[in-house]
Design a protein. Structure first.
Length: 318
């Protein structure tokens, strides 16, 4: 039994469409708590890899990265451009002497949704005395550091790793969904991480939990879940429909992948999963999920409903 995770689109009693996905919850040692779908096929992490990439570079003693908690939090975040996130990005840019012309992430430059991560990479490039114009070159000095750092981070999980090129032209890990979840669980329980990375995890987790506004504005998807769980869930979503999280109180990592590769579908499936698992107190997950389930036309009139389907497989004894 593999279970099922899907969003079913109804207009009246007519099933118009269905978007499926897969999900897994694990401990840091890789023990599966629950899952549905094929969680063994490799997937690119893309932006969900940013927290892991930041950890891998923080653990590199040759870089001696001295960053404030605000700048560490925004380096891993989806940047919504609100005041505290923008202030943290400006802090890195001012310290490094970076201007909008240095950002190679489209016309929005330093206002791009990955601007915090790009500012972090520019900081790394400056530390390495590498040309800033090459900070996002996959085979450049920074790209090589990212590849090597990620390899060291996952070496207890596997000896062979596949990389693909992400949206920024940088190397992104490809891992099975259950291994992605285990890496996120390692943010709560570092037992499976190399010794050099444990202190880096502590620095990043402290930044995420003490500077939540730099990590995610209160009104954002990530911010609402962080505050609804009083800091227990830290969530990161990617453009390919992957959505990952750590539950600190349970020591769990969660990973959801929407088969249609859409970030909105991935986030909605993630809400359906955590609502089913009861991870958000007071029914708040159900409220957040409900707000995404109405189908409306161009005038804003209700014309249908999305109904989640969650059927999870659990090992015997759980």
């Amino acid at each position: 039994m593999q279970g099922a995770l899907a969003l079913r689109y109804f207009r009246g009693d007519i099933l118009e469409a269905q978007c499926s996905g897969k999900a897994v919850v694990t401990t840091a040692t890789g023990e599966k708590i629950t899952w549905c779908g094929d969680v063994k096929a490799p997937l690119p992490l893309l932006a969900c890899g940013h927290p892991l990439q930041v950890i891998s570079l923080l653990a590199d003693n040759s870089l001696e990265l001295q960053l404030s908690e605000d700048t560490l939090a925004v380096a891993t975040a989806w940047s919504y451009g609100e005041d505290e996130q923008w202030a943290a990005i400006k802090e890195m840019n001012t310290r490094g002497g970076f201007g909008n012309q240095h950002f190679q992430c489209g016309p929005r430059g330093a206002r791009h949704h990955c601007a915090g991560f790009h500012s972090f990479l520019l900081t790394v490039a400056k530390k390495l005395r590498s040309p800033l114009s090459e900070y996002r070159a996959e085979k450049g000095v920074v790209g090589k550091k990212l590849s090597d750092g990620q390899l060291r981070l996952v070496r207890k999980l596997r000896t062979e790793v596949t990389f693909v090129t992400d949206e920024c032209g940088l190397p992104s890990l490809c891992l099975p969904l259950h291994e992605i979840a285990a890496l996120y669980a390692s943010l709560a329980d570092t037992v499976s991480l190399p010794a050099a990375h444990k202190e880096s995890v502590g620095r990043l987790v402290a930044a995420l939990r003490t500077r939540p506004s730099a990590y995610a504005p209160a009104s954002s998807f990530e911010g609402e879940l962080f505050r609804a769980t009083e800091g227990d869930l830290v969530v990161r979503a990617a453009e390919n429909g992957l959505c990952c999280a750590v539950s600190f109180s349970r020591g769990w990592g969660l990973a959801v992948k929407a088969d249609d590769g859409n970030i909105t579908t991935g986030r909605t499936l993630f809400l359906a999963l955590i609502e089913n698992l009861g991870l958000v107190p007071g029914g708040r997950a159900a409220t957040l999920l409900e707000s995404r389930l109405a189908i409306r036309n161009g005038r804003g009139d209700w014309c249908g409903q999305i109904k989640p389907l969650v059927e999870l497989h659990r090992p015997k004894g759980r």
